[in-house]
Design a protein around this ligand. Structure first.
Ligand SMILES: Cc1cc2nc3c(=O)[nH]c(=O)nc-3n(C[C@H](O)[C@H](O)[C@H](O)COP(=O)(O)OP(=O)(O)OC[C@H]3O[C@@H](n4cnc5c(N)ncnc54)[C@H](O)[C@@H]3O)c2cc1C
Length: 420
């Protein structure tokens, strides 16, 4: 039974990276099967694709040359892998090439458009959506999605629409000004899904107490290895990359990568510590030896050759040691304390900067609630989900977009292939 008003075969809620991808592959699949479908994508934001435009500092880090499930967290890595394999990086590169967007690989392994302009990526996606005659409604917020007997009713800013199938591509809560404000999580719940116990900011800077001595070094950057550990010192996750000290705490790719692991433990009230190794590759014994070898040279001079000088000085002072002292004047205990401060400094993180400053959302709808071959809901027939609304978040480096492309591809293809 339908209302008799079904005017869409496929309604896509959210036209960000995942929603646009789903729209394109639904449109292409329908065309290939010779089965015209009425497809519409709704987006509440004034600016379409705002997150694509700001991504990668305005250059849009479209993907990474080596994408594996190991770069993601959230739902089981096995489930994430199954979806990623349906649309691997080579397919992403070819897909964009066919849309006229050449990608280039940088030393870090990240792929960007050769134009270095995110606009190129967004324009190409929108042009393809239009070529496929997908109706693009923007700004048009969807207030609710209701499952009726054989169709869905979408209460939109432009009135009710009725659709045979719905793809939920509303994103998470990161950078809510772009339109991703978590409304999709409520829709998923209203359609029978559960959410992970927490949805929290991922890829987000971390806060230190206002009086912490590191804050005086705002602007200093250094390569580090960061670890999350328990108070016994047992390390859980580690990332090696650049760290940037800011006026509020810590930022930079290493910090963004580890932030979700710190928060996940803090949210569970697990005692958690963030530890910084300022001499990546060296452990405490090697750092101790390095200090022993300094001899008559000053600490500031030798450590300043390995670290930004202000940082080298501050690390000495934090242990109560004058950085102008010669290495051989250090007592054993002082040397050991300094070596520990250099390779295993515990910093008292008090929280993160929240969704307004986050690049992704951790948590959401677990992949166990969808059929991975179609991204179809196990809870609500006719509903599909893709992108960040699902419990998948990747590292810095193009992994989050790759998730959006792959899951959007699977959802789009599957909805257009469904028997009528
Ligand atoms: C500053 C920043 C930089 C980033 N840089 C990169 C990068 O370089 N590389 C990378 O891989 N990842 C990057 N990311 C992450 C990446 O942008 C996201 O993971 C990705 O955009 C998620 O795609 P999505 O389509 O699932 O969600 P979104 O892109 O968030 O899109 C969801 C869309 O749904 C719409 N919507 C939500 N609710 C409703 C509703 N009720 N009705 C109608 N529309 C609705 C929103 O307006 C939005 O347009 C960055 C993120 C940020 C914030």
């Amino acid at each position: 039974m339908t209302s008799g008003e079904t005017d869409l075969d496929i309604a896509i809620v959210g036209a960000g990276a995942a929603g646009l991808m789903a729209a394109i592959w639904a449109g292409r699949t329908a065309a290939t099967l010779g089965r015209p479908q009425r497809i519409a994508a709704f987006d509440g934001a004034k600016t379409l694709g705002a997150k694509i435009l700001v991504a990668g500092g305005g250059r849009c880090n479209v993907t990474h040359h080596a994408v594996t499930e190991a770069e993601y967290a959230g739902s089981s890595r096995n489930a994430i892998r199954k979806v990623l394999l349906r649309f691997p990086v080579d397919d992403t590169v070819l897909f964009f090439k066919e849309l006229g967007v050449e990608l280039k690989r940088e030393e870090t392994g990240k792929l960007f458009p050769v134009t270095d302009r995110a606009r190129t990526v967004l324009d190409a996606l929108l042009a393809e959506v239009r070529r496929l005659n997908v109706e693009l409604l923007n700004p048009c917020r969807v207030h609710s999605v209701e499952r009726l007997a054989d169709e869905f009713r979408l209460a939109t800013a432009n009135g009710d629409r009725f659709a045979r199938t719905v793809i939920l591509a509303t994103g998470g809560k990161a950078l809510p000004l772009t339109g991703s404000d978590g409304a999709g999580f409520e829709m998923a719940k209203s359609l029978g899904h559960t959410l992970t116990p927490h949805t929290f900011a991922s890829l987000v800077p971390l806060l230190l107490p206002k009086d912490h001595w590191l804050l005086a070094l705002s602007g200093v950057a250094a390569p580090v290895t960061l670890s999350v550990s328990d108070p016994s010192g047992k390390r859980h996750e580690s990332f090696s990359n650049a760290l940037l000290i800011t006026h509020f705490g810590l930022s930079g790719p290493a910090v963004l990568d580890i932030s979700r692991y710190w928060s996940a433990r803090a949210l569970q009230n697990d005692p958690v510590q963030l530890r910084i190794n300022w001499l990546p590759g060296l452990g405490l014994p090697e750092a101790d030896q390095l200090l022993l070898d300094i001899g008559s040279l000053s600490l500031a001079r030798v450590l300043g050759g390995r670290l930004p000088e202000r940082l080298a000085r501050a690390l000495c002072e934090a242990q109560g040691i004058d950085p102008s002292r010669a290495g051989h004047t250090l007592k054993r205990d002082e040397r050991r304390a300094l070596a520990a401060g250099l390779t295993d400094l515990s910093v008292p993180v008090i929280g993160d900067r929240g969704f307004t400053f986050a690049e992704a959302t951790a948590g959401g709808v677990a992949l166990s609630e969808v059929v991975l071959e179609t991204m179809g809901s196990r809870r609500c027939p006719g509903l599909h989900l893709c992108g960040e609304v699902l419990d998948v978040d990747g590292r810095v480096g193009g992994f989050n977009f790759q998730w959006a492309w792959a899951s959007g591809f699977v959802a789009g293809r599957a909805t257009a292939s469904l028997p009528e």
